[in-house]
Every structure is written in structure tokens, then in C-alpha cells.
Design a protein around this ligand. Sequence first.
Ligand SMILES: [Zn+2]
Length: 445
Amino acid sequence: MLRPMRFRLILALLSLVPSLNAADVLYEGARVIVDARRTPLENAALLVSGGRVVRVGSQGSVKAPKDAVRVNLSGKTVIPALLDTHIHIGYQKDLAYAAASYTRDNLADQLQRYAYSGVAAVLSLGTDPGEMPFSQRVEQERTGGTLLLLAGKGLAGPNAGPGDAALKPSAWSVATEAEARNAVRQEAARGVDFIKVWVDDRGGTVKKTPPEIYRAIIDEAHKRKLRAIAHVFYLDDAKDLARSGIDGFAHLIRDREVDDEIIALIKQHGIFVMPNLGLAASRTLSPASAWLDEPLSRETTPPLILERMRATFASRTPQALENSRRVYALMRRNLAKLNSAEVKIILGGDSGAIPDHFHAFTSHRELEWMVDAGMSPAQALTAGTATAAEFLRLKNRGTLEAGRTADFIVLNANPLEGIASTRQIADVYLHGEKVDRAALRAGWK
Ligand SMILES: [Zn+2]
């Protein structure tokens, strides 16, 4: 064993060797979207060292050490990695969708698919029981993979929790204010990142979580310095939740058009809104869409799932399609209104919420639905990067400014000219390290 003195000497000597651990890398020639809210830099240079962005600017203006490794990215576009604020990790494993699939291996596997797709962090929203997801959250940080954030077990009145039967047992069923507060305290003790509450009657089939319960949940969360997110459906509930201090809405209001009052409440309280268009939008499609066959879709999704989706798309009746199109049209209008009012909109795919609403590709697809609803590509990208980072309080993520974590996607095309180009991925870097996408692909075969 080394004595402390000698150990310190070795450390001191090592520190004199330049770039021993983390080489400086200069990425040159790409268009770099440093911050989706601003004009991109053309022909830029991005200097990365020790997993962080050191400098970014126009090529020639960025000084790099002589021994820096140079990577030519001419013709490419670099964007900050995406952040998805609404998923349900762990339940789907190939064609099975069940609590039994909720294993450490399955969580790790799905998170690798996010890393492959350039999603640097995901928030699993209230369907995560037990200690395992929390140790996996630590593991993701330790290994530098996609960060996992957790709302642990979400809360709702009896039977009023998650929609899918496989998810239902994963949430708290609280019948009284005391039970609600106790459940929030237990989730806080587990170290959740957010508190989730469902406020929905699922088309009149269950009794909604009553106001006195969700108010107790929000109040108790705030006492523990935690923010609360509500799954919403109805305009009136959204207004009362806003007045009760809710911090975020999962889903859009879907019973009516949003009015000036709710927009004012959302803005006044700084509430974040995740539109979660994907599920509803997919139901408007028949037969199967070309995007099922895109490389990113085929690479990250087991073929059996894609096959079953094709069958589902083909089996939709005209009546079902018409109903779905009406709902989706309302959602589009509501998102367009919120967007024009400059509400804080964040990316959320709701991936994994039901069978075959598969992970990773759905985050990218959601951006396209957001643009379909009237957001500009830059606004959709902002929702999936800078605003999502603000919401998740990941202060080193969301942009590629100096000092931020070097999480970025190298694209073959410019997403500002067509948002679907976020799926034209050449490479993904997390913490400045290139994700070995070829090895991941080989492992999934
Ligand atoms: Zn959800």
C-alpha cells in the first residue's frame, strides 16, 4: 500500500502531464445551435474538455491548445442533447407490457436507447415504485449515461391514478388529506425529484382526485421544497390547480379550448406545460406511417413492436379515426394558443404510458407534432432543451454555452429547416464522450 505522502507526490506529478485524462477536443466547421432561442453559429468551433464546453464561437475565434484533437464537422449541425420531461420507464419489454418487466436491466436498456437517440435526461412521471429506480438513477449519473429523474410513486384518489392497468398499482391511492400528506412525505424521504398527481375522471369512469386532496399534495410537496406536476384533462380543474400552486401540467387541456383566464393563470404562476401530443396524434393515423420505417425508429425499437403497431394503425375504424382527429385538432389549437401567449412549453413524449408508445424515438417525434401544432422548429427545440432544463433544474444542460456539460447531437441536416432532421443523427456525445452507437445497435440485434 502507498503511504499518503508518496500517493500525494504521484498525484502531483500526474497533474503535470498535460491532457492525461481528458483530451481537449475541438469540433470545427459545423453549424452550432448553442441555444435554440438564439441564432445559430455558422462555421463554428466548439472546444470540449473534461466533459464540458470550454469555448464556443465562430471558427478562428476559438483558441484551442496545440495538442487538441480536431474533429471536422463541416456540413453538420450540432444541437444540445434533448431532455424529455415525461416518460414512464420500465413497463414494456418486447411485446410484454407489465409490472413484471420493471427490472433494473430493462430500465438500463431503455435508458441506453435514449442515450443512442441523443436524449440526455428523462423524467419518469409517477410510476416508479421501490428502491431500484433510485439506485439506477445513481448508476446513470456514475456511468455518464442518460440521466434518470424520478417522481417515484405518483398520487391520486382511489382508482384515479394512471390509466393503464399495468401502471395502476405503481401509484399511491389516497383517500384523505392525512393520507395524501403522509404519502408525499414518504416520497420526499425517498428522494424524488418531483411529486406527481393525477386529476382526471378518465371519461367519467372514475372519481377524480378531489380538490382538498390535491391541494394537500401540492402544499406538502412545497413544504418539502418539491414541485408538483398534475396530469390534467379539464379546463376547470386546470384553473383550480393553478390557483392551488401547481408547478407543471402534464398534458394539454382536452375538454375545451383554453381561454384567457387559464392563460393568465399559467403565466402568472410560471407553470410549465408539457403538451404530450404524441399519443393522441398517433391515433389519428391509418394506415401505418412512414416514420415507423425510419432508421432511428428501426434501430431503437424491437421489430415485433413495429410490426404490431402497423397492425394497430391498419385496424382503426373510420369512426375511431374521426374521434381521434377531433381530439387532436383541439389539442393543436390549444397548444398554438399557449405558444402564442409565450407560455413555458416543455418536451414530454409520455413514452411508455401504454403498450407500443415506445421509448426514445417518440421524444423526437413529439417535436414534430409540436411543429405540426404551430410552434416553429426553434420553439420546439427550445422546449426540448433550454426550457426543459429550466424545468428540470439541470442548470448545466439545455444549451452549449461555455461551462455547460458537453451533451450534444451531431446531425446530418438542419432541424431549423425541418424539425424531423433531429432524427438524422450522425453522432451523440454525452459528457463529451461519444456514445458507441454501433456497439449498442449490435447488442440490440
Ligand atoms: Zn404520463
